[in-house]
Design a protein. Sequence first.
Length: 142
Amino acid sequence: MLAVLKPHIFSAMQEFAGLTIRQELARPPEKVDFILWGWAVSYKAGHSQGLHVHPNANVSGVYYVSAPPATLEPGDAGKISFYDPRPRATMAQLPFQVTRHRIAPVPGDMYLFPAWLEHSVSPFQGEGTRLCIAFNGKLVLE
């Protein structure tokens, strides 16, 4: 499975890197390369991942292999949440203002995001395993 998934991750990383370079750099680099690493994460009922970022990376991502039925129901159960990165964004929220975005782990979906973006995973209850491949990429620019 990893042999099939790796080219898709690399392609998505290239696309994300191109977007980042166009938006964030004053001039394009002469050469772009990646250091890419990843790991499998297996969550059972009650497992969670607290709020965190991925230091020493520029891009992070997750590919969902499997998800229990409870994670696809409304609410937080088993979902990954991304938080508004602006300091004090939640200090004086307006009615219906969104400062957290939740995504259900649908098998076959892949999401990339800046490694500095705070995120967490909520626990779920019930049968099944929430299995994903998480990965980071560091851009090497010349």
